[in-house]
Design a protein around this ligand. Structure first.
Ligand SMILES: [Zn+2]
Length: 183
């Protein structure tokens, strides 16, 4: 199986690698989500269909939007990585850690779209000021809301049909992260 959004090959061994980041768990009999980027199963196909992120020619406006989206996803990935170290509950640690890997996958999708050499390293921010799991969850929610606003704000400026589909699905994944965080 292959995910058309992130281009990753999905094997039965990998279907639950990020299960703490999802509301429903994949099983051998039903795959709900791509375990790497969180796309829903309508984007998961058998065989060698071309993924949506290869061979797109982006215009300058699109490039700028995608490059910034890449940085935003890295920023959120970095936050979740640190939050997973700071959180005390095992369940929340696991969730943050899975969310971090998913946000980095989103960053790599954008990296591929804008043909950026490698993922840039952002300034390291210290999140130790957030004292407890409640505060970390609150911050997580704010970051997801920010990402959703970003995608909403710029989706109308994207002309490339494949990129439109990708952004719409990534936005849906972030919306689901809010439901997960609020659970
Ligand atoms: Zn995927």
């Amino acid at each position: 199986m292959k995910c058309l959004i992130c281009g990753m090959e999905i094997s039965l061994k990998s279907i639950n690698v990020n299960k703490s980041a999802f509301l429903k768990s994949n099983s051998d009999s039903i795959i709900y989500y791509c375990p790497f980027c969180g796309a829903i199963n309508e984007y998961i196909v058998d065989g060698d269909k071309m993924d949506l992120l290869s061979n797109n020619k982006l215009n300058d406006v699109e490039l700028k939007i995608i490059e910034h989206a890449m940085k935003l996803e890295i920023f959120n990935g970095d936050f979740y990585k640190q939050a997973s170290e700071l959180a005390s509950s095992k369940e929340i640690k696991d969730m943050f850690s899975a969310l971090s890997r998913i946000e980095y996958t989103h960053a790599r999708i954008h990296q591929k779209l804008c043909e950026y050499g490698e993922l840039p390293l952002l300034n390291k921010i210290d999140y130790k000021r957030y004292q407890n799991d409640e505060e970390l969850l609150q911050q997580a929610k704010l970051r997801e809301i920010h990402a959703i606003h970003y995608y909403n704000k710029y989706e109308g400026n994207i002309e490339n049909p494949n990129v439109k589909v990708i952004l719409k699905e990534l936005k849906r994944v972030e919306e689901e992260h809010i439901s997960l965080i609020e659970k």
